[in-house]
Design a protein around this ligand. Structure first.
Ligand SMILES: [Zn+2]
Length: 492
């Protein structure tokens, strides 16, 4: 019974996380158009509805093979022909007026084509005011989810180029295709004085032009201009704050490690900073809204213990900074890199630890395809429960045996290795994925599993790994073949 209750509670957390209800006071989710995923997810050879005509000849000329990064699971995400090195993003918005952004971005990228003539970025919503490449005006064209640019002159392989885009207005409001919810990703405004950017897996393209796929990691500097009284927060280090003549404040952030665009967050609100020093010397900087600080404060002792516990299992915490930023979005927490977004109602040990584990599993070691999302969420879910039951290993066994019985009794589950894109963040990914790791532990033995994870993080940290590469590391750790095991759980 206890197990069942726990499972229901757990599912609730996940459903809440994955299935954000429409909030009546949230401007960004008002007046949503009818959700029809099939019209949103287009193959790269089937270019979606075009926006107002600007230099439409580019659409006819554009090499279609560049309109995808080549991930067959999500062909509409990412672009080929270049590797982004750095995004310098400036966001200016007053949460009272969420349709009045004034933004710009400079994207520094290196051509990986012998002669790059066209460039595309993932981008939706807003009005574009100006596009320049290397300080010169260029012709461009927009489709529903892409910004297409014709370069004035080809860029040779290995050569760096800079794309400047100035844009303003209102974000895209079409619900995310990669979830069964009606949640609109990107910039979310739960109140008229707070904002958060929630982008897993594809919301970044609704905030800035980018190569919005896991495989193109880059550095980010983010400048946030906020109205009086509100603070702007992003990933990494706040290296400068300036009071502007307009009465607004400029907050300047720099990430210390590369990350995939979806791991960026931007939060705006009446934040207060509360610091906590971990035993490893790292200073956590938590950003809390009025009245939300106490619950997080009371958790930091246990987070400190968990930091030590997981550094022992995974290796050193991989980033220079750490912190939680509380937001008022209901039921959505998210592992933004080193600046974890925690919903006010989810400030509890399970969620805070889950998101912290993602710093190693998901952020430091990324995926090669969203098809492998179980390896982010299932592994993290497993280790969250390993932590919760660290002093009660029998209950851990009872818990996983219980969910195994539940899962095998169900005939409505999607295959873990090939989930429909509207079920990427459901029961299978978290629960079945965690059970797969539990069964892998039975297969390999406790010690070998932990040796395998430490090795996996050591080899692939700072980059990404595939399911096949994960399997090889685990096989090396157990000195056994896991072909049958992986095929059983993930399919051939
Ligand atoms: Zn997660």
């Amino acid at each position: 019974m206890k197990n069942k209750l726990l499972l229901i509670f757990l599912c609730l957390i996940i459903l809440l996380a994955a299935c954000q209800p429409t909030e009546p006071n949230s401007p960004s989710v008002e007046n949503q158009p009818t959700y029809t995923p099939t019209t949103i997810v287009e193959s790269p050879t089937n270019i979606p509805t075009v926006l107002p005509e600007i230099d439409s000849y580019i659409l006819d000329e554009f090499p279609e093979e560049q309109l995808t990064i080549g991930d067959p699971y999500t062909p509409e995400l990412g672009n080929l022909g270049y590797d982004v090195q750095d995004y310098q993003l400036e966001i200016k918005v007053d949460p009272t007026y969420p349709d009045q952004f004034e933004n710009q971005v400079v994207i520094s990228a290196v051509s990986d084509f012998p002669s790059l003539e066209y460039v595309s970025f993932d981008f939706a919503g807003f009005d574009i005011n100006d596009v320049e490449v290397n300080d010169e005006d260029v012709d461009y064209f927009r489709t529903q989810y892409k910004l297409l640019i014709k370069l004035n002159e080809p860029v040779e392989e290995g050569e760096e180029f800079q794309v400047y885009v100035n844009y303003s207005g209102k974000p895209d409001e079409i619900p995310n295709a990669f979830s069964f919810s009606s949640f609109v990703q990107g910039a979310v405004f739960p109140t008229n004085d707070t904002m958060a950017v929630i982008s897993e897996p594809d919301g970044s393209r609704r905030v800035f032009p980018c190569n919005d796929h896991l495989l193109d990691e880059a550095y980010f500097s983010v400048d946030i201009i906020t109205p009086p009284g509100l603070m702007g927060i992003s990933n990494g280090t706040l290296y400068d704050t300036q009071e502007l003549d307009s009465g607004e404040t400029l907050y300047r952030w720099q990430s210390d490690e590369v990350m995939a665009p979806y791991l960026l967050t931007i939060a705006i609100g009446n934040y207060e900073v509360i610091e906590y020093t971990f035993d490893n010397g790292l200073i956590a900087r938590n950003y809390v809204l009025p009245g939300t600080g106490d619950s997080l404060d009371s958790l930091m002792g246990i987070i400190n213990e968990a930091m030590t516990y997981f550094e022992d299992i995974f290796g050193p915490y991989p980033f220079d900074t750490f912190g939680y930023v509380i937001n008022l979005i209901e039921g959505v927490s998210f592992e933004a890199q080193a600046t974890i977004v925690l919903a006010e109602g989810m400030v509890n040990e399970m969620v805070a630890i889950h998101e912290m584990i993602h710093m190693w599993l998901g952020n430091w070691v990324g995926l090669e395809s969203l098809q492998e999302i179980w390896r982010n969420e299932g592994t993290t879910h497993y280790f969250t429960f390993l932590w919760l039951y660290r002093n009660d290993p029998e209950s851990l066994i009872t818990y996983f045996d219980g969910i195994y019985e539940d899962a095998i009794s169900r005939d409505d589950l999607d295959p873990l290795g090939d989930l429909p894109e509207n079920n990427m963040f459901g029961y299978e990914t978290y629960i079945v994925g965690s059970m797969m790791i539990y069964k892998l532990r039975e297969e390999m033995g406790d010690d070998a599993l932990l040796v395998g994870f430490k090795e996996y993080i050591s080899i692939y940290g700072g980059g990404s790994a595939s399911d096949a590469e994960f399997q090889v590391v685990m096989e090396d750790a157990c000195q056994c073949s896991l072909d049958e095991f992986f095929e059983f759980w993930l399919g051939p």
